[in-house]
Write a protein that binds this ligand. Structure first.
Ligand code: GLN
Length: 371
């Protein structure tokens, strides 16, 4: 464990809560992982009755995790248990440059509000932030335009649909369901593009991530620009609905650029820590309004993982936002900022290993915010 310096936080957030393991309920769906033996994991699972394991798919073994304080060891175990899932996922090959990623990578960085830092697995490789930038986009839009302006343009409802879905622009709502699906993020990109340039947005993200050196990955930016027909179609529909504030090409370019910013898990963990500290950056400066953080965390909890949001809210119970680059930003309010990375994705476009590792950790650490 390494220490970094953070000013003491003076707030009245709840003390760390240690939840109970729900233990092993049976009768879950069968899968090819049914007989997975969980080699070397007995310490972690600490179940006397090994037959309990046989009723679970590998992706469901998090249910057996026991509460524990040993965060660093639990991170390593969570990755160890999640690695076998990586071959079940796929890379985001609809953006050709992202198909070059190594699907075997999986890593986690966690920063605590008490100044502790924890790291496990593959945390050194940079990747593009992709849809996680939509969190900063929402925060900046709330800062510049305020709550009423933002939510006159986008809704605050889960879409229950993939991130590039059209159907939420139906005749009844006439605006994107929420700011985290692509259509909602293009609307907010357009709003920001009418007021600030990309460099100003990047500086804002650098501050939240406590890293002055974040920059665009030009290869991913150009790759997405060349293959963004779907986002172009969404943008034209948004223009028809009069939801674009800036010119269509400028709006799309702003959106594509912010998805192409290169980060590492530590940057995302700092982002999460700033949210966990209700908008205070690493220097103790209040850089976000606390009420904007609350709005953003609520939307991450309900909409941050697209049509995987409900399941994660039930099973992990912490706000999170994913990107197709393989990153996940997660927050344990008042306690931890988390950056996960694993480019092998599940069918919702979320890091398959990252999601599983976070479910396991949430159980071991008792992080579920509603438990
Ligand atoms: N840039 C990606 C896109 O627009 C972002 C999608 C994602 O990360 N879920 O498709």
């Amino acid at each position: 464990m390494t220490k970094f310096t953070l000013p003491r936080q003076d707030n009245s957030l709840p003390a760390p809560y240690r939840g109970q393991s729900p233990g092993g309920d049976r009768g879950l769906p069968e899968s090819q992982y049914q007989n997975y033996q969980l080699a070397n994991s007995q310490n972690f699972l600490e179940t006397e009755d090994q037959s309990l394991l046989s009723g679970f798919t590998l992706a469901e073994t998090y249910r057996l995790a026991q509460p524990s304080d040993a965060l660093e060891a639990n991170m390593a175990e969570a990755l160890h248990l999640s690695r076998p899932l990586l071959s079940q996922g796929r890379l985001a090959d609809y953006i050709p440059e992202l198909a070059k990623a190594n699907p075997d990578l999986l890593g986690l960085t966690i920063l605590a509000t008490d100044g502790s830092a924890y790291q496990a697995g593959d945390c050194d490789k940079p990747f593009t932030i992709q849809s996680i930038a939509k969190v900063a986009l929402l925060l900046k839009a709330l800062q510049l335009g305020g709550f009423a302006q933002v939510f006159s343009r986008v809704g605050m409802e889960p879409s229950g649909a993939p991130f590039s879905e059209f159907t939420t622009l139906g005749d009844f709502s006439d605006k994107p369901s929420n700011p985290f699906i692509n259509s909602g993020a293009i609307v907010l990109s357009s709003f920001l593009a009418a007021h600030i340039n990309f460099e100003t947005f990047l500086a804002f993200l650098c501050q939240i991530c406590n890293n002055p050196n974040l920059q665009l990955d030009p290869a991913v930016y150009n790759s997405e620009r060349r293959t963004s027909e779907r986002n172009h179609s969404l943008a034209w529909e948004l223009k028809r609905l009069k939801l674009l504030t800036a010119d269509l090409d400028l709006s799309l370019d702003f959106y594509t650029k912010l998805c192409s910013i290169e980060v590492r898990p530590r940057d995302l963990a700092h982002f999460g820590l700033c949210l966990a500290r209700r908008g205070q950056d690493a220097a103790g400066q209040q850089i976000l309004r606390a009420e904007d953080v609350t709005t953003t965390l609520a939307l991450m909890y309900t909409c941050g993982l697209y049509d995987g949001s409900g399941e994660f809210a039930v099973e992990a119970g912490i706000p999170a936002k994913s990107g197709v680059g393989g990153g996940i930003l997660a927050v344990v309010p008042g306690q931890y900022g988390i950056g996960a990375f694993g480019p092998s994705l599940d069918r919702n476009g979320n890091s398959i290993g990252g999601i599983n590792a976070l479910k396991i950790l949430s159980h071991t650490q008792g992080w579920h915010v509603l438990a």
